[in-house]
Design a protein around this ligand. Structure first.
Ligand code: BGC
Length: 225
């Protein structure tokens, strides 16, 4: 009985022994494995860090490009991709409206707040790339009468010297007129005569008067449509 027990014990001892033929050292293998996985981890962290750096550089470059891009001017924002003509029209419209001109039936109108002689008034309008107002229709006549608000106001009409004709600032002769009652009467024969709006309680308001009189004035600029 005893040898059998011993045999079993010997077998058990043998099972727990390391196999001498493999010559392996488990405790050293575990250390190497740890070192290897530590290296792997380091490598992953390093690669990750590198990728993050690259992303950061890319972000910085694109931000810098975006921020350094020249900002659109107000005019570019106004026009977008429109043609040059359309853009100029918009710009011009904006400029006249910003300066207080009114838009009515394809023209811009300016009513002065001070008084000048007729030639000085026309000079003012020309500096604004416009002329004294030219009246082409009853609608326009009604509009400028309202806009002048009962102030004696120069129109762009004057006598053609040495004739009995009237001529507009664009050199067109007068065809359709809105003279006040008993006008024109050419009272001041010795002076060049120009035409103002004066009569506001009748349907027609025009009066002829010396061009050296100081009056309010109205400019007109046709919108280039
Ligand atoms: C007359 C006009 C004249 C004006 C200024 C008005 O009463 O009707 O013809 O131009 O006075 O003298």
């Amino acid at each position: 009985m005893a040898p059998a027990v011993n045999r079993n014990a010997a077998e058990i001892d043998y099972v727990n022994q390391p196999d001498p033929s493999t010559n392996s050292r488990p405790e050293l293998e575990t250390g190497a494995n740890h070192a290897e996985s530590g290296t792997k981890l380091l490598r992953v962290v390093a690669v990750g860090f590198g990728v993050l750096c690259i992303l950061q550089v890319a972000l910085n470059v694109s931000l810098r490009l975006a921020l350094n891009k020249p900002q659109p001017t107000p005019d570019e924002m106004l026009c977008g991709n429109e043609t040059r003509d359309a853009c100029e029209l918009k710009q011009q419209t904006r400029q006249y409206l910003q300066k207080g001109w009114l838009y009515f039936r394809d023209s811009f109108y300016y009513m002065s707040s001070i008084k000048k002689t007729w030639p000085e008034s026309q000079e003012y309008c020309q500096q604004e790339d416009a002329d004294l107002v030219i009246v082409n229709s009853r609608e326009e006549q009604n509009f400028i009468t309202q806009f002048s608000r009962n102030r004696f106001t120069w129109t762009g009409l004057r006598e053609l010297a040495g004739t009995d004709q009237w001529i507009w600032v664009d050199e067109a002769l007068l065809t359709e007129s809105y003279w006040g009652p008993n006008e024109p009467n050419r009272l001041e024969k010795e002076n060049p005569i120009c035409v103002e709006m004066r009569f506001f309680d009748t349907e027609n308001s025009w009066n002829d008067i010396s061009c050296t009189t100081e009056n309010f004035w109205m400019c007109e600029k046709e919108a280039p449509l």
